[in-house]
Design a protein around this ligand. Sequence first.
Ligand code: PRP
Ligand code: MN
Ligand code: MG
Length: 173
Amino acid sequence: MIEVMISGEQIKQRVKELGREITEYYKDKTDTLHAVCVLKGSIHFFSELVQNIDMNVEYSFIQVSSYSGVSSTGRIRVKSWIDEPIEGRYVIVVEDILDTGLTLSYILEYLKRYRPADLKVVTLLKKLGRTPQVTPDFVGFEIEDKFVIGYGLDYNEKYRNLPYIGWVKGDIK
Ligand code: PRP
Ligand code: MN
Ligand code: MG
């Protein structure tokens, strides 16, 4: 059984606020923000967030993954990578969830090499009780350490299209 942890309405509300926070942070620094969507999990969050940022937003899409079932394999697979020049630009990486931090630390390490003017991270979800090496600059929700699905997040590619964040009570299939 799937239990709702964060409803679609709550997500919408919080993403609106995040958009405002992000706009506020950048507005005196640059007129163009370069947002990097980390596929596949971030697809819905990215799409909602950029519409709530009140400035020019350029998009990049990268696809990296490391999970199998409910746990990290500890190895990052890069399926596609950034193609646009980001040197000297204001870059924000948009992630759906920060758990062990492996994915984001990998991405940040490589993006830094392109010498952006500024490199920040926004994550919709951050697990409580975890101490990843990466400190996100903007966080939507801090959540309990449960395996969550929906709003882009999957379990073996299933459940991404749920319009809310949920967790599975009992055995996950
Ligand atoms: C998930 C999630 C984050 C990452 C977080 O991606 O979307 O990208 O893991 O975990 P970490 O902090 O422990 O690295 P996943 O590997 O499942 O790929 P996906 O986005 O394509 O589902
Ligand atoms: Mn992901
Ligand atoms: Mg996944």
